[in-house]
Design a protein around this ligand. Structure first.
Ligand code: NAD
Length: 269
């Protein structure tokens, strides 16, 4: 894809699932990577192995790869992580706000601390990372890219997951607000909204029976793969998407198309 080679990219939550696939895909595009992990650098082992495998397939990638520790629910960590990225790579061109968590509970029973934690990681953390990246983009004389990894639950209400739904709903407005505010500075802000994707965040990923049940609700009849999320993330960050800002691209096999309407609701229709 145009414009990714040699770009410096920070990916939050790069140890697993979609973040890991995004890291490997950007590596194959020749980007330099700052891979975010929490606490234990060994958590990046699988990501590094995947990057190596994918780079072998394309006979080497050529980009740099550094690790940056940080908990995105902590402001001080975010500031340090962004500064470290800039120090290690020389600058930052693309931020991928991918780290995310979810907690399930009936909304009337949800603990305040669980509510706060989800908002703090998924929404406040993404905003603070964007804030630090944008400061840097402006300091060095404009231009830069933020991609938020949102969810179909940006627009589909998800009972039992009210904090997750609120966090992703908020992310939609954050994407639009930042995109509008910084468009004159050539800073683009977009989001991808994955549908059900086979990653460790979902208990059904490795359970064939549960997975079948989940996939029965998806118009295209299957879950998405982390790689399918990674390629669209790379597209939005590339020069091929140079005129797109403030948008959420749904990558969901048709999940947001009101699947219940696939079959007529009453005889005679
Ligand atoms: P995952 O659990 O495999 O990965 C989540 C990543 O976020 C991990 O690397 C984890 O270490 C990191 N993380 C969590 N809390 C963190 C914190 N406080 N600080 C730093 N890193 C932290 O899940 P995934 O499916 O790859 O999720 C990635 C993103 O995709 C999330 O934002 C999630 O909401 C979104 N998403 C996933 C799906 C899906 O079905 N898998 C669907 C829609 C959206």
């Amino acid at each position: 894809m145009k414009g990714l080679k040699g770009k410096n990219v920070l990916i939050t939550g790069a140890t697993s699932g979609i973040g890991q696939a995004i890291a490997a895909h950007f590596a194959t595009e020749g980007a330099n990577l700052a891979l975010n992990y929490r606490n234990d650098p060994d958590k990046l082992d699988d990501t590094k192995e995947l990057i190596e495998q994918m780079c072998d397939q394309v006979r080497g990638c050529g980009g740099k790869e550094v690790s940056v520790e940080g908990d995105v629910s902590e402001e001080a960590d975010i500031i340090r992580m962004c500064q470290e990225t800039i120090a290690k790579l020389g600058s930052l061109d693309i931020l991928i706000n991918n780290a995310g968590i979810q907690t399930a509970a009936s909304s009337h029973e949800l603990e305040t601390s669980d509510f706060d934690q989800v908002i703090q990681v998924n929404l406040r953390g993404a905003y603070l990372c964007a804030r630090e990246a944008i400061k840097h983009f402006l300091d060095r004389g404009n231009s830069g890219i933020v991609i938020n990894v949102s969810s179909v639950h940006e627009i589909i209400p998800r009972p039992q997951y009210v904090s997750y739904s609120i966090s992703k709903g908020g992310m939609e407005n954050m994407t639009k607000t930042l995109a509008l505010e910084y468009a004159p500075h050539k800073i683009r802000v977009n989001a991808i909204a994955p549908g059900a994707t086979a990653t460790p965040i979902n208990s059904w990923t490795d359970d064939p029976q549960k997975r079948k049940e989940v996939e029965s609700h998806i118009p295209m009849g299957r879950a998405g793969t982390p790689e399918e999320m990674a390629t669209i993330t790379a597209f939005l960050a590339s020069d091929d998407a140079a005129y797109i800002t403030g948008q959420t691209l749904f990558v969901d096999g048709g999940l947001t198309l009101y699947p219940d309407f696939l079959k007529p609701w009453s005889a005679g229709e």
